[in-house]
Ligand binder design. Structure first.
Ligand SMILES: Nc1ccn([C@@H]2O[C@H](COP(=O)(O)O)[C@@H](O)[C@H]2O)c(=O)n1
Ligand SMILES: C[C@@]1(CO)OP(=O)(O)OP(=O)(O)OC[C@H]1O
Length: 163
């Protein structure tokens, strides 16, 4: 049996109204913006895609199975803490992460100024050097719900290997 597995994840969250005062949290970092994302948790759409990619690679289902959005325990949850739990599940089963690539899809905010802070925050949780965690973004050229600024999407791909 091969000692390598890949996984992919995808997630979407709509923006909350500005008056809701929710912070925008992406890759465990508060990013200055006029509105945050709506969700049961902190709505960190990039970490959610990343967790789904990790769970997928390990054959462990998806985040909704592990952290149901009907469970009050996860109201306002810090997604970085949920990521720690996913990483614990993987390491218990003998997996480590080789690299990860996470893409934010949306017009605004631009993540360029926050990219290195995001890598520095999340790479250690994955057991990675920052260079093995790529953070990128694309617009949809103003097309679709992301183009209209109604929400943000994220995709992630990970490679894991047997320890
Ligand atoms: N939310 C975003 C979206 C894009 N970027 C950066 O802009 C580059 C060009 O985006 P296109 O969709 O026009 O290809 C993209 O490669 C990112 O570097 C960003 O930082 N944040
Ligand atoms: C992590 C969870 C926990 O409620 O976060 P939500 O904010 O509900 O986000 P979503 O991506 O809709 O579903 C994942 C949930 O498991």
């Amino acid at each position: 049996m091969t000692g390598l597995r890949i996984g992919q994840g995808f997630d979407v969250h709509r923006f909350a109204a500005p008056e809701d005062g929710r912070p925008l949290v992406l890759m465990g970092c508060e990013v200055p913006h006029d509105r945050g994302l709506a969700g049961h948790s902190d709505a960190d759409v990039m970490i959610h895609a990343l967790m789904d990619a990790l769970l997928g690679a390990a054959g462990l289902g998806d985040i909704g199975q592990h952290f149901p959005d009907t469970d009050p325990a996860y109201r306002g949850a810090d997604s970085a803490q949920l990521l720690r739990r996913v990483m614990g599940d993987l390491s218990e089963r003998g997996w480590r992460v080789v690299n990860a690539d996470v893409c934010l899809i949306g017009e605004r905010p631009k993540i360029g100024p926050h990219r290195e802070r995001m890598r520095g925050r999340i790479a250690p949780l994955l057991g990675l050097a920052a260079e093995a965690l790529n953070v990128k973004a694309t617009t949809t050229e103003k097309l679709g719900f992301t183009g209209r600024g109604e929400g943000l999407a994220a995709q992630a791909v990970v490679l894991i290997e047997r320890i």
